[in-house]
Design a binder for this molecule. Sequence first.
Ligand SMILES: [Zn+2]
Length: 301
Amino acid sequence: MVSKQYQDNIATIVQKIQEAEAIVVGGASGMSTANGHDFYGHSKYWIDNFSEFERNYGIRGNFQALYYKYRTSEERWAYLAKHGTLMFDTPPGQTYLDLYKLIKDKNYFIISTNQDMQFSKLFPEEKICLPQGDAHWFQCGIPCHDQVYPAEEMLRNMAANIKDTRIPTELIPRCPKCSGEMEPWIRSFVFLEGEFWEEGMERYGKFLIENSDKKVLFIELGVGSMTPNIIKYPFSQMTYSRPDAFLVRINKGEAPTPEMLKNKAITMNADIAQVLSDLASHMQGMNSLDDGELSQGREVS
Ligand SMILES: [Zn+2]
């Protein structure tokens, strides 16, 4: 049984979406875990796909697998290729589909710390900024030069040639300039914040500036406390400083709205999947109501 407060919040958020002249979405890992896509822990995803890696190395999840000291590059790339290929093949989860329904016709922009490609499967690249990188790309592992390279073909080729958690040596991705090993373009000690990264940040900055005097709605989805300086703090600050801004925060375990944002924010400590699904249904209900009124109007005239 949902509370009246919950229902009121759903109605208010849908209204805020409809009224907004610009929407800025900040999405993090909670968006994916809500769909059962737990890419980090000892989850179903891990157990179904990586039992060989668990047997050979004792690792129990992607987070460990990513930082594990493999004896050879052939073994490390076997893991990276398998995980990377699965990221390409995993369809977008329901939370992403529901969010798409809610904002697709609006003037919006998305910033996400996720590296699992889920946003990119539905939303156009020019409307997304990925400050932590994204597994679509490789970079030089040093890096010796400023360029990212499409990873899909190399990942699929490696994954198709894994034998007992190893790939053939000749398939290890090599930098075309220095012949060193490449790296997935995701946040690490060698993460390349070059031209490609800056382009994304500039797109985001431009959207914020262009819409600075408009009615902006910030929607924060599944953002924990891991990297608050990317989404959480800036969203709070911008909501506070812009007279026409409003903030919606949805995440299980989310702390209540801070005092300084009391009349400018709704915080829902709830399951993101449930909330987005309820928002999408509520909006659909309102739209069909509008259509009904319209067609009635036409009949009268
Ligand atoms: Zn290089």
